[in-house]
Design a protein around this ligand. Sequence first.
Ligand SMILES: Cc1ncc(COP(=O)(O)O)c(C=O)c1O
Length: 369
Amino acid sequence: MNIKLVDLNLQYQNIKNEIDAAVHGVLDSGQFILGPDVTALEKEAAQYLNVNYAIGVASGTDALHLALLACGICSGDEVITTPFTFIATCEAITYCGAVPVFVDIDPKTFNINPVKVEEKISKKTKAIIPIHMYGQAAEMEPILEIAKKFQLKVVEDVAQAFGGEYKNKKLGTFGDAGCTSFFPSKNLGAYGDGGMVFTNDEKIADKVKILRVHGSKEKYFHDLIGFNSRLDTLQAAIVRVKLKYIDQWNNMRIEHAEQRYNKLLSNCNVVTPYTEHYNKHVYHLYTILINNREGCRKFLNNRGISSAIHYPIPIHLQKSFEYLGFSAEDFPVSSEISQKTLSLPMFPELKEKEITYVIKTVKEFLEST
Ligand SMILES: Cc1ncc(COP(=O)(O)O)c(C=O)c1O
């Protein structure tokens, strides 16, 4: 049996008629930059999340970059986040001329440890980026309290958690801004790059809107030096179709994770994802902790099962961030967890017999070592 980590083609086949019609609609309209599909998606996404504004941009990385700029982050500022993330979170901070200041993660949820945030705040600190890793909310209440106390902006990285909730409220709606990615393999993915900024703040929304089109409100009148960072119209039309299915797909992920994977792996020598009872974890990734991860990956691969590592090197140990001068011991939880994470196949269309086969194979591996 061959099982992919994410099967985008299978999903496309299920919604082919709608996607093809949406794409042809754009082709027939001849409107390829912004236009009605981008505006409609912005409205629909804002409605889904119950926020005032949603602004489509070229990628999740750009969403973070433009949101930070719109929050006033600039050269010399410090922005708090964790080193246990995809590099884009930290790149966006550096694009503003700011410095990432790392806080280690909670060993159970892999999200920023709120208890350790305050000790990292200096006069230069301007913002916190909580990342909702793998689909589960960061601990938003204490983070918002700290932000209020020290007058910091909060920019949520929702790239892995669209539709996820913290205490019955959608992620991406707690901070000054929320940023998501429509990278194809994300739980709400396009068929190319794309991203979006969510906010209730009119000033932040206006600034992101201007920044994404070369700093102009009116064509050829440039008030700021901006960027070319529009959400592609074809991608917007595709995401509009997929947005209608997001709750159904997220619920299928939850069922795979909680009713199958977690239960079948419960008495094995692996750590299954820990979910706080007040979180709706949407399992963009189903990631376990396992010793001898490389051996397991090879074993799975030889039996047709794809897996992945999110992420093998935490940001404080990446070559690109060597200049910050950190070593593994500076953020011991992130350093250790990075050695053990293994993401197993996870996508809504995954079949029960496929999950059973994955589990059986993981168990065979564990018994063989
Ligand atoms: C946590 C996180 N932040 C940011 C990004 C960046 O998104 P994009 O690839 O759309 O630029 C990603 C995904 O790639 C991500 O996983």
